[in-house]
Design a protein around this ligand. Structure first.
Ligand code: C5P
Length: 345
């Protein structure tokens, strides 16, 4: 049954939430490093990464979809009459995945991660608007605290993580080039991250709506999503000016596409697949809470494993996140009392 599948006796719902949390942390670090570690003339094409991501994700989803229908003696219905519905989240996700590259290349990891927490609020807003989910003022207040709390925790988590990484360049790789200055444009970065928060909320909730309002298989929906992504992902590639020393279409597209670029794309593919599972078996708002809590857990693990020091800002941020989670989960009847308790201290 789709409602409660398990992996090694663990509910898929929780396995996917935890996996997504770990994936989120890894992605921003690897992606940022993949962009800033090389001088501009050795950089890989973000458009190639966005396209590769969709091709891989779509193929994996297709294989899973095929595997699932074999016993039912049927074929997955990829070109179903309502498949066009996926074109909307597909375009939004391609835009979002492209904006993410702009944001991460123009902001320090910490600022990017903090600003990206705004998607907790846009996701809630779109859940209310499109899924008619009812959120009390207590729940809104708790989401607001959640975003602030995660922001406070990440300011220092990211600062601690982002510095050692650049030393770990593979020896002898083409990326280990002469020192260079990576010029960032914070205004451009913040513009991109703000827009990405809106597409994240809208695309996620739209996908949830399509998924939960029909019986079609999750993996079929994912294939449809990837297929509709191909056109918007190809557009910037087809319109790109050709290189003066061109070696043919494919080799131009994948020029400088080294180990860090492949690592970035692989983590994105995993993220895309797990996000779909999370949206199916939980929902977009719960997804925000899971990633927030994991940030605290991974920081505490680093304290034990790597001798990180617990700082006052971590304690303040983590407490805010925990309080927000507790507050969000208060039973409906008790809300007015909880609000007055919070408001009056
Ligand atoms: O940050 P956010 O949760 O909005 O990121 C969602 C990511 O998951 C996007 O990169 C999107 O391309 C991917 N995704 C996917 N397939 C889905 C849902 C999301 O690849 N069904």
């Amino acid at each position: 049954h789709d409602s409660s599948p398990t992996i090694c006796a663990l509910p898929l719902k929780y396995v996917s939430l935890v996996t997504l949390a770990v994936q989120n942390a890894a992605l921003s670090i690897v992606m940022h490093y993949s962009r800033v570690s090389t001088p501009p003339h050795l950089a890989y094409s973000p458009a190639a990464a966005v396209l590769t991501n969709e091709l891989l994700k779509g193929s994996i989803s297709f294989v899973i979809a095929l595997g699932r229908v074999r016993d039912a003696a049927d074929t997955p219905e990829i070109f179903s009459p309502d498949c066009w519905k996926l074109s909307i989240p597909a375009i939004l996700y391609v835009v979002q995945n492209s904006l993410q590259f702009v944001a991460i290349s123009n902001l320090p990891v910490a600022s990017f991660q903090v600003a990206y927490q705004m998607k907790i609020l846009t996701t809630a807003a779109f859940s209310v608007a499109l899924l008619r989910r009812k959120l009390s003022s207590t729940k809104w207040l708790s989401l607001f605290f959640l975003a602030i709390g995660v922001g406070i925790v990440q300011i220092q988590t990211a600062a601690t993580f982002s510095h050692p990484a650049p030393r770990e360049v593979p020896v002898g790789s083409a990326h280990e080039s002469a020192p260079h200055v990576h010029i960032m444009s914070p205004l451009k970065g913040f513009g991109a991250v703000t827009a990405a928060c809106f597409t994240s909320g809208l695309a996620g909730v739209y996908f949830e709506m399509v998924l939960k309002n029909s019986k079609a298989d999750l993996w079929v929906r994912n294939v449809q999503l990837s297929l509709f992504s191909l056109l918007p992902a190809l557009l910037p590639i087809l319109y790109a000016p050709s290189l003066p020393d061109s070696n043919g279409f494919l080799s131009d597209l994948f020029r400088n596409f080294g180990a860090w670029a492949w690592a970035t794309v692989s983590i994105q593919v995993i993220g895309g697949l797990v996000t779909a599972v999370v949206i199916k078996y939980s929902d977009n708002i719960l997804k925000g809470f899971a990633t927030s809590l994991s940030i605290i857990i991974s920081f505490l693990a680093s304290v034990v494993l790597f001798d990180f020091r617990i700082t006052p800002s971590f304690i303040i941020g983590a407490s805010t996140v925990l309080a927000a989670t507790w507050m969000y989960n208060q039973p409906a009847g008790q809300e007015p009392r909880v609000i007055s308790q919070v408001m009056n201290g």
